[in-house]
Design a protein around this ligand. Sequence first.
Ligand code: 5U1
Length: 275
Amino acid sequence: AAPSSRFAKVRHAVPMLSLDNCFSDDDVGDFVARVMRFLNLPEPPAFTAEPKIDGLSCSLRYEHGVLVTAATRGDGAEGEDVTANVRTIGEVPHKLAGKDWPDICEVRGEIYLGHADFAAINAEQERLGEKLFANPRNAAAGSLRQLDASITARRPLRFFAYAWGEMSRMPAASQWDMVQAFARYGFRVNPRMALCQSLAEMLAVYRSIEAERASLGYDIDGVVYKVNELGLQGRLGFVSRAPRWATAHKFPAEKATTELLGIEIQVGRTGAHTP
Ligand code: 5U1
């Protein structure tokens, strides 16, 4: 969404990209074939596969190891300054751990709420007679975009790191090693991230993450595949706002059965019946 006027605006030093989507195994095969064709490779390069968290993308800027700005994605070029709110999230380090971080280090990832915390927040909303949140993503967004950061502080928001913006020096040469660097800096990274050497391995990771989906404790809506080597990512570049080196393999919409227990008909003053 375009940034609202309630928060100060932050221009991203490096735009926050979005992802193209794949909806079938064939789409993923086409993606891998496109990458190989573009790079003129006889075999697929290595790809990472990681759960796509259904939360809010956020960019955290560290200068000399200290958190200075946190911004929402906004329209990708400009987001909202949510620094005060993000400072209340326990899983976002105020200072980077270790020693090998670059002086300018923008770490990007997803802010989200777990299922149990979402249920507890909605129970509290109900007790207070407040509007219920439709899903964990809305609750996370509502919790983050509070003008009063003390309200955000009461919501147990979480954060997974998976990408970066401006870096004064690259600490690694692959997606996999960048994420390991973020773990050394004190971030949570997703333990289900995998390194794949073939299309068959990518699809096997997708199936295993899909099978675990209901028991993860947080919402995901697919699996993201990324060309692992940053040198190859650089050669592939972007088309409009999406990189050629990554795609999101979406899960089918979750299905559930509802038992309809009854329909109440209200009869209005004019005799109109409204179910
Ligand atoms: N796990 C993961 N989610 N996700 C979302 N990686 C990832 N990468 C993204 C997005 C939008 O974008 C890349 C282009 C950095």
